[in-house]
Design a protein. Structure first.
Length: 451
RNA sequence: GGCGACGUGGGAGAGCGGCUAUCCAGCGGCCUGCAAAGCCGUUUACACCGGUUCAAAUCCGGUCGUCGCCUCCA
């Protein structure tokens, strides 16, 4: 088991992953609010945390990955109203889409995908603790967290309360004792079709409290890794951290891991900005292999631009992996492989450096291509497996098999070649091309490749 | 305005004081009847200005620029 380090937003540096129990890691990654289909930016979280989990499992850890789905929220009310459907109906439909779209990434499901709507009892209990402790107060059916009652507020996002723009704005602002306070519970308003009874009145949870409650319910307190996009650091994660620690006296999580934003035309891709590229469309256009290779091509914390050129480059890189798959044979890898394998896993152990890991893979590929003897594929398979790309070593099921007609043309071409009738051989090759097959002449004779 | 991140060869992207990263693309070569695939080579990059050091893309200071958060957001 290697020592694994990760960048922690709270400390602002790369720190060792220290588990509560040996060999067990709990990860909570904030998922999407389901009022529209998810875009490539949302998908980055899903991919990064799924792959990170695979890596930890490879290192021998038992991992529990929790990725919540926010199903009760102002945006959902608005979208449902616009569509003329009930909000639970919309949330349910979009959740199904989210599951279907992310399933196409072929990374499996997180171990838990809790919904705020199913965790209300825990949420209410947590809010009650905060009220009793004097960290929260009721106001006209709402409950607010008293930010100034919690002295560590701002430690995660590295800002001082007095530096915040304290613009009023927002419904309920006049009920707050302090503009920086935020809602734990929102009293029911006309037109909202999801609400629950609570000791301080009927209503629904605020956004931040659901994650505190669900994370604690599933993973406990002081769990290993809490994550989400950098845009969640403030206020979402700051508030989560404040609520839980104020209520329990214990940190919510040990390491705060924040993948960078996906950009479109140099700007953050987001639903509210409207510059999204939807995940299912990206999968249709480029395929899941290219998409995963694309995400691995940059470090998870760096912003990454989503554009055609980059996705095509990722697809070409995957093609190179497919080519080497044709040369390797099942079996143990040669001695030269070990250092590259070590570099690969070492890179992932150091703040999950996927581009460095990919570089090791490609060095492996080049070395294998250079070798004159057959190369065993075990190490390559192991490396690619952690990044969920080992499927490229198998024959692509989407590609057709050589048809009898194509085989006949190929034999015909061989005959022409033996007679050195190059014009005829070339025209037969073109014909095969039209049928969807490329011909490669090798030392062992020709080979047909479905395109 | 406050806080933070970042500026690397045609493009992407590692690099954490001295050693060819890697991928994509172009060009040249090898191989091939020609291709394809593969291999080799390739214009020797580090925003700018100072400083520290025997030695800096890597450390320090400043300048310029880009982006993120400060409001729902992955």
């Amino acid at each position: 088991m290697r020592e694994i380090t990760l960048h922690d937003t709270l400390l602002g540096e790369v720190v060792p992953l220290c588990t509560r129990e040996p060999g067990r890691v709990g990860i909570y990654a904030c998922g999407p609010t389901v009022y529209a289909r998810i875009h490539v930016g949302n998908a980055r979280q899903f991919v990064v945390f799924s792959l990170f989990k695979r890596f930890l499992q490879h290192e021998g850890y038992e991992v529990t990955l929790v990725a919540n789905i926010t199903d009760v929220n102002d945006k959902i009310y608005a979208a449902a109203a616009a569509a003329g459907v009930a909000s639970p109906e919309l949330a349910e439909a979009m959740t199904a889409r989210y599951v279907a779209d992310t399933d196409r990434l072929g990374l499996g499901r997180p171990d838990h995908e809790p919904l705020a709507g199913n965790t209300v009892a825990e949420i209410i209990a947590l809010i009650q603790v905060l009220i009793d402790a004097g960290h929260a107060y009721t106001a006209d059916g709402d409950v607010y967290f008293a930010v100034r009652s919690y002295e560590r507020y701002g430690e995660l996002s590295h800002r001082r309360l007095d530096d915040l723009d304290q613009g009023e704005g927002g419904v309920g602002a006049e009920r707050k004792r302090d503009p920086v306070d935020f809602a734990l519970w929102k009293g029911h308003k006309p037109g909202e079709d999801t609400s629950w009874d609570a000791p301080w009145g009927r209503g629904r949870p605020g956004w931040h409290i659901e994650c505190s409650a669900m994370a604690e319910a599933i993973l406990g307190l002081d769990f290993e890794v809490h994550g989400g996009g950098t845009d969640l650091i403030f206020p979402h994660h700051e508030n989560e951290a404040a609520q839980t620690r104020a209520a329990r006296g214990v940190p919510l999580a040990r390491i705060w891991m924040h993948p960078g934003m996906v950009r479109l035309d140099s700007e953050k891709m987001s639903k509210s900005a409207g510059n999204t590229f939807l995940l299912h469309a990206a999968l249709d256009a480029y395929g899941r292999d290219a998409l995963i290779a694309y995400f691995c091509s940059a470090h998870y914390r760096a912003p990454i631009e989503f554009d055609d050129e980059r996705l095509r480059a990722a697809a070409a890189a995957v093609g190179r992996l497919r080519e080497v798959a044709r040369r390797v044979v099942p079996g143990a890898s040669p001695a030269w492989s070990a250092p590259l394998r070590e570099e690969f896993f070492g890179a992932l152990a150091e703040d999950f450096n996927t581009p460095r890991a990919m570089a090791a893979v490609f060095e492996w590929v080049r070395t294998a291509n250079r070798a004159s003897e057959a190369v065993g594929d075990y190490d390559l398979r192991e490396m690619l497996g952690v990044l969920a790309l080992d499927n490229v070593l198998e024959a692509d099921p989407a590609r057709g098999q050589a048809t009898p007609q194509a085989l006949a043309l190929m034999r015909e071409r061989e005959a022409a070649r033996r007679e050195r009738d190059w014009d005829r051989a070339d025209s037969l090759r073109e014909e095969l091309q039209r049928l969807g097959f490329a011909v490669r002449d090798g030392p062992d004779g020709p080979e047909l490749l479905a395109l």
